[in-house]
Design a protein around this ligand. Structure first.
Ligand SMILES: NC(=O)c1ccc[n+]([C@@H]2O[C@H](COP(=O)([O-])OP(=O)(O)OC[C@H]3O[C@@H](n4cnc5c(N)ncnc54)[C@H](OP(=O)(O)O)[C@@H]3O)[C@@H](O)[C@H]2O)c1
Length: 302
């Protein structure tokens, strides 16, 4: 398993980690992922997966880079401390390697939240500070609010069919030594990548490289220097397959072909804001309904 630097720290993390949102397969697939070298697990207080992560890590804690997230309603100092202690308890550990603000909360001053994050680092409960779903401007504000520490990572959506971060966030992170943790690197549901690939380029490149389409899709993300990926698999087969996305690279020509032939989107800041303000229940119902639409239309509504 290849590793990449974590921000500007001296630490390197596996370039393929294990996502755990909507994970319900028990400790074994995660355990097999750890054994395959993906010694990096991503969870969140809101996922409900912290206890199973604790089980999967049993006996391996010191080898695992453990990332979790605090929900935006807990960004006040006292709430943040309580949330961190509860995560530590559920994870059966005394430290969180990467503690991430799950998404911006404009209702709570970032200075208060970041000061509290620094207190957690100083207390030894957190090793590194990260954020998630932050724009360039939000990253700049958050970093400016820190006195001593640096933001080491921003966790954002990035995959072959959603390249929203490419024009500004990705170059900003590369230039400022911030690791990009790509979530939904398989499109969140495999059919989304298939929908964006009418010519079957993923299969062709998979045949050329002797890899699988999922490994090609993940490797495409990893070709960007600051990017690591955290696919979620609910089976041993998926998790182990995804670990095989590391240790090799697509050729320049294969990358260019995927860049060109896969139909992708870039969401506008307004669309992202709108999506964040729609209650999750409504988004899920819309998603269920769009499954029955023709591929082209489904892709546009994605
Ligand atoms: N910070 C945030 O706001 C945020 C948001 C979303 C996600 N995340 C993090 O990122 C992680 C990954 O994102 P995600 O869960 O949205 O989506 P994802 O990893 O892009 O895709 C997961 C889907 O792909 C399927 N899959 C996994 N491996 C596969 C393979 N080798 N071949 C074919 N299909 C495969 C899974 O099926 P099975 O489940 O059946 O294996 C599942 O349906 C999350 O688990 C979470 O840790 C963070």
């Amino acid at each position: 398993m290849n590793r990449k630097p974590l921000g500007t720290t001296n630490l390197e993390v596996p370039e393929v980690g294990l996502g755990t949102w909507a994970y319900h397969a028990g400790p074994e697939p995660l355990r097999r992922g750890l054994e395959a070298g993906a010694l990096f697990i991503d969870t969140a207080e809101s996922y409900g997966s912290e206890p199973v992560v604790a089980e999967a890590m049993r006996g391996l804690r010191d080898q695992v880079f453990l990332a979790t997230k605090v929900s935006p309603e807990n960004f006040r100092r006292a709430d943040l401390f309580r949330a961190a202690d509860q995560s530590l308890q559920r994870l059966h550990t005394d430290r969180i390697d990467l503690y991430q603000l799950h998404q911006p909360n404009p209702d709570i001053p970032i200075a208060e939240t970041m000061a509290a994050m620094e207190e957690l680092v100083n207390a030894g409960k957190v090793r590194y500070i990260g954020v998630s779903n932050f724009s360039v401007q939000q990253l700049q504000h958050a970093q400016a609010a820190l006195r001593k520490h640096k933001i080491v990572a921003n966790q954002v959506r990035y995959n072959l069919v959603d390249r929203t971060i490419e024009p500004d966030l990705l170059p900003f992170c590369a230039a400022n030594g911030i690791t990009v943790i790509a979530y939904s690197p398989l499109g969140r549901e495999w059919h989304r990548l298939a929908d964006g690939d009418p010519k079957g380029v993923l299969r062709t490149v998979a045949a050329e490289t002797g890899r699988t389409p999922a490994q090609v899709a993940l490797n495409w993300c990893l070709c960007q220097e600051p990017v690591v990926v955290i696919p979620k698999g609910n089976s041993i087969a998926h998790v182990v397959e995804n670990c095989g996305a590391s240790g090799w690279r697509l050729s320049r020509e294969q990358r260019a072909r995927l860049d060109r032939e896969i139909v992708f989107r870039r969401r506008s800041p307004f669309e992202m804001l709108l999506r964040r303000s729609v209650p999750p229940g409504i988004t899920q119902s819309v998603r269920r309904m769009t499954r029955w639409l023709p591929r082209g239309l489904r892709r546009r509504l994605g």
